[in-house]
Ligand binder design. Structure first.
Ligand code: HAM
Length: 443
């Protein structure tokens, strides 16, 4: 019988690597808390229409990459429905915002999420069919200040802080290839975008026949998406198309200037990238991407985001301008692993405080009660098996823990234990009651 494997583009995350994932998540949760964000958890699958309407029918994500199926009705009272595994989380968060009438509070909503997303992309290093995002959305009624450039700058400043605290350096002359870089653009609003789209369409007309099939179609249906094209032969033509910056109206120009001024004031470096329109239809005004080269190869977009002032209305909700981002957690981990490898730092799991080795089956119960006591005191402990020999116990304990305690008949009877520290090689005899204090003192 052939053995079953994880599906292409999906993977198992195992210890000790999961310890790094947990450290990353603990760090970002702490940062989110300091910036006033609360966690939201939305379903992993949604009505297909949510993504068609929210993300956009002509985007690669919706037209090529979604996992969609017909969910059959199981009772006369149920309707068959087209469902989709979420390819991203912004649409789901905005749906929840509308469904739970969060706008009625009048307050700015600051929501974050950590969870798996699904896209049928061609798998490669840093690109998976099930991948994880750490994301956040800031949205609310206009009166809550959700549209203010201050929010854009705060989100970007928080991201810089997060990457700092995770230990990913900023790109500099010294570390060139390893640090993060921020690319920034403004893609205009519902008032100035139509002029740009008309100009783009007109400029595409004489050159589109030379472009790829997708671009030819998009030149008609959704010209902005032509700018996402990755086909190498098309790039020179696309670079010659009009730039959105030339079409921003006074309000969009002023908004973008305020975002940049706030970033300058915080000392956050960025580069204006006129072609950064991002592959999802909901974006308006500020768009951004952070890249990190280390460990990612060609998939160097560590995170992306932007403003989506019309998304709630596109989904049938009230006006609720917003801005958000999603970090590719898999890519964040790859970056951290590459940085640790370069610095020759071991990123394995934490060692346990103590390994308890019972020397016979009869000491198993005593070993377990000792472990229960130590764990209850907040120490980490592993219990060996009664069939282990002393030498084997020492070898295994050395791999797992900072010290070992042997439990033979004598130790159980006398209550005096022998503890060996692997760091110092020192062996100590102490009364059982002093074991916790000893572990704490030695660290
Ligand atoms: P996105 O640019 O499609 O934006 O994805 C954000 C990040 O998710 C990417 O920069 C990348 O790190 C990671 N990512 C995307 N696809 C994959 C994949 N197949 N494998 C591994 N990582 C991947 C969004 O999803 C928007 N919802 C972000 C946002 C939030 N905009 C506003 N609010």
């Amino acid at each position: 019988m052939s053995t079953l494997k994880a599906v292409r583009g999906t993977r198992d995350l195992l210890p000790p690597e999961t310890a790094l994932w947990n450290r990353v998540e603990a760090t970002v949760r702490a940062v989110f808390a300091r910036y006033g964000f609360g966690e939201i958890r939305t379903p992993v699958f949604e009505d297909t229409q949510l993504f068609v309407r929210g993300v956009g029918e002509e985007t690669d994500v919706v037209s090529k990459e979604m996992y969609t199926w017909e969910d059959r009705a199981r009772a006369a009272s149920e309707k068959a429905q087209s469902l989709t595994l979420r390819p991203e989380n912004t649409a789901g968060v905005v749906r929840a915002y509308i469904e739970h009438k969060l706008g009625d509070t009048g307050m700015l909503q600051k929501l974050y999420y950590i969870g798996p997303q699904f896209r049928r992309e061609r798998p490669q290093r840093g690109r998976y069919r099930q991948f994880w995002q750490i994301g956040a959305e800031v949205l609310g009624p206009q009166s809550s200040g959700a549209e203010s450039a201050l929010r854009d700058a705060e989100v970007l400043e928080m991201l810089a802080t997060m990457l700092d605290e995770l230990g990913i350096p900023r790109a500099s002359a010294a570390n060139g290839e390893t640090g993060w870089r921020l690319a920034l653009n403004s893609v205009g609003s519902s008032t100035d975008r139509p002029q740009y789209l008309a100009a783009l369409k007109a400029a595409l007309e004489p050159v589109k026949a030379a472009l790829c099939e997708d671009c030819q179609r998009r030149a008609e249906t959704n010209p902005l998406r032509v700018l996402d094209c990755k086909v190498p032969e098309d790039q020179a033509t696309i670079d010659g198309l009009p730039k959105i910056a030339e079409f921003l109206d006074a309000a969009s120009t002023e908004h973008f200037a305020q975002v940049r001024a706030a970033l300058d004031a915080c000392g956050i470096p960025y580069r204006i990238e006129p072609r950064l329109v991002r592959g999802l239809d909901y974006y308006t005004r500020t768009t951004f991407e952070f890249t990190a080269v280390s460990g990612l190869g060609t998939q160097n977009a560590l995170l992306g985001g932007g403003r989506y002032d019309g998304l709630s209305e596109m989904l049938g909700g009230p006006k609720a301008p917003g801005i958000g981002f999603a970090i590719g957690e898999d890519r964040l981990i790859l970056t951290l692993q590459a940085l640790a490898a370069a610095a020759e730092v071991q990123q394995g799991a934490e060692e346990l405080d103590i390994y308890i080795a019972p020397l016979g089956v009869r000491q198993n119960a005593a070993a377990l009660t000792l472990a229960r006591e130590l764990r209850g005191a907040g120490l980490s402990a592993e219990v060996g098996d009664g069939s282990f020999r002393v030498k084997k116990s020492f070898e295994l304990a050395d791999k797992l823990a900072r010290r070992i305690v042997l439990l033979g008949e004598d130790e159980v009877a006398s209550g005096v234990l022998t503890v060996k520290s692997f760091a110092t090689g020192e062996q100590t005899k102490i009364p059982r009651a002093e074991l916790i204090a000893l572990c704490r003192a030695q660290g």
